[in-house]
Design a protein around this ligand. Sequence first.
Ligand SMILES: NC(=O)c1ccc[n+]([C@@H]2O[C@H](COP(=O)([O-])OP(=O)(O)OC[C@H]3O[C@@H](n4cnc5c(N)ncnc54)[C@H](O)[C@@H]3O)[C@@H](O)[C@H]2O)c1
Length: 178
Amino acid sequence: MLTPQLVVTHAGGEYPVHVEPGLLEALPQLVAHHLGSRPTTLIADSTVARLYLDWLRGGPSPWRPRESTCSDQPPGGWPDPLTFPAGEASKSRETWGMLTDQLLDHGLGREGGLVAMGGGVTGDLAGFVAATYLRGIPLVQVPTTLLAMLDSSVGGKVGVDTVHGKNLVGAFHPRWRS
Ligand SMILES: NC(=O)c1ccc[n+]([C@@H]2O[C@H](COP(=O)([O-])OP(=O)(O)OC[C@H]3O[C@@H](n4cnc5c(N)ncnc54)[C@H](O)[C@@H]3O)[C@@H](O)[C@H]2O)c1
């Protein structure tokens, strides 16, 4: 289960891709396998949060933000999953700013990591947060729509829309570890 079915190589390194039925049940172990003891925050839109977060918290392998072994652990502990309203309209610099500020409020340090759980909007938006937060922290994409599974979660393209068009501000962030 923890052996990636695919390894994507790119100019800056490589990252694993897991494709397997039932992986959601193993999400905490999978994230721990790849991000280790990093304090890890999950970002999901409102629909995915409603569908999965209670289940993840109370499931057979409960999602619990892990305590950090790092010296910059914030006194308030690690944030609960962060959510934003579902839909393309949230793929914006405004939502990026809100999520970034919430991570800063919680004092997530460079040793932190992010999990983007959802469709392409979540992957692009949370991925852009990961690409820019403290100049970049590791990211695990957990795609929950067909489009995100087949396309947007692989390739490292992340970003947000502007009034001038879609995906006009972004980055390449195929990064799952330091
Ligand atoms: N980065 C890339 O390379 C890349 C490639 C293609 C598309 N994209 C982007 O992807 C976005 C579109 O992605 P999308 O179609 O996944 O849209 P989306 O993320 O908005 O998801 C569509 C809807 O499905 C809901 N949803 C997600 N998972 C669900 C589940 N398991 N069950 C029920 N509902 C669920 C979401 O809450 C949302 O309301 C666009 O912003 C597009 O620009 C990016």
